[in-house]
Design a protein around this ligand. Structure first.
Ligand code: BGC
Ligand code: CA
Length: 352
């Protein structure tokens, strides 16, 4: 059979320019690298709501590390393609389209807008690519839309309950926390992004845990700082102007915001009240070690990454996923939260 050799009509300088452009643009496109890799390569597309988030960046790093370990152990080659959604749902949908058109085997999506899940699930179903949501939880109705849709994460209300319990234990054992001695716990609440399950439910259940323990509480003020340390510091500075030393407890839906609140107290030279967060990020564990952060709740980034990878390996090897991971209601993998305070810090931060 004769092979047809194509002849290109572009002059050399133009060809070089086109090549340069292709080299410059290709790495910007999220993709799974089909074409450059062997057919035996497992192609995973991971879409992050934003890379600019301490907890999410940790999940992504852990996933990369574990994928490398997996490669080193076995015959499998893994191509992990991570896309940064920059908090824009339209951008993320484009990235998912790219994953599909470039032939991913599985997609992991940390969805920007939880209410946009249905569109994404329909796209995945059409292409028959299993879809694993993580950390930002679509509603049950969406998850049940297609059998190859999963969610990996921790139960938001459990995080709230454990955070509340840290405060209950501290309050009941230390009367000095009641700064004005009125028997009522005056608190402020730094909330995560509006609409995020972890912002709504952690807030609700932390406070509920206090009232159910018989503690009388008074909310001085609450407001969102969108998971961000800088925004939390700004908010807390405003609240300090208004309430000063009247703040007895700072609840923060995550550690970055708890650290932002601590920044504000330290900047204004005030003595710290009881501050609690969620996540157990490294900077937060350092703050527990130096005594500025009273406690946090371990949100298992490594566990989320491990569970996703195990699920991926099961799905792509034709195994029944339930054999390899603990699936609840056929779609969910739940990671437990754990309390962290000075008394068990060593378990999470060896050498503290
Ligand atoms: C974490 C936050 C993070 C958010 C992002 C939450 O579970 O506690 O730190 O910003 O997820 O979706
Ligand atoms: Ca009080």
């Amino acid at each position: 059979m004769n092979r047809i050799t194509r002849s290109y009509s572009f002059p050399l300088p133009i060809r070089l320019l086109l090549l340069t452009l292709a080299v410059a643009v290709l790495p910007l496109l999220p993709g799974c690298g089909r074409g450059q890799e062997e057919e035996s390569t497992l192609r995973i597309g991971v879409a992050l709501y934003t890379q600019d988030d301490t907890f999410i960046a940790t999940i992504a790093q852990e996933l990369e590390r574990m994928a490398q370990e997996e490669e080193a152990e076995g015959e499998i080659k893994i191509n992990l393609s991570i896309a940064d959604g920059r908090s824009n749902q339209t951008t993320q949908l484009d990235q998912v389209d790219q994953f599909i058109s470039r032939g991913c085997d599985v997609m992991c999506v940390n969805i920007v807008d939880r209410t946009a899940a249905a569109v994404l699930i329909d796209k995945a179903e059409e292409a028959d690519i299993p879809l694993i949501f993580f950390n930002r939880q679509p509603v049950l109705e969406d998850i049940q839309r297609w059998e190859k849709t999963y969610y990996v994460g921790a139960r938001a209300e459990e995080g709230g309950v454990l955070q509340g319990q840290i405060v209950v234990d501290a309050w009941l054992s230390n009367p000095d926390l009641d700064r004005n001695g009125d028997g009522v716990l005056q608190y402020v609440m730094l909330e995560g992004e509006p609409g995020h399950q972890d912002a709504m439910l952690r807030t609700e259940y932390a406070v509920k845990t206090l009232t159910q323990a018989g503690i009388e509480v008074e909310k001085l003020v609450s407001g969102t700082a969108n998971w961000k340390r800088g925004q939390a510091m700004t908010k807390t500075l405003q609240w300090l102007d208004e309430f000063g030393d009247g703040i007895e407890v700072v609840f923060a839906n995550n550690d970055d915001m708890a650290l932002g609140a601590i920044d504000a107290f330290l900047e204004t030279g005030r003595s710290l009240p009881l501050v609690v967060g969620v996540d157990a990020t490294t900077p937060a564990l350092e703050a527990v070690a130096d005594g500025t952060l009273y406690g946090t709740v371990h949100n298992d980034a490594g566990g989320i990454s491990r569970a996703m990878l195990d699920l991926i390996l099961a799905l792509t090897s034709g195994e029944d996923p339930a054999q390899r991971v603990e699936l609840e209601e056929e779609h969910y993998i739940w990671l437990p939260y754990q309390q962290v305070t000075g008394s068990n810090l060593e378990d999470f931060y060896p050498g503290a």
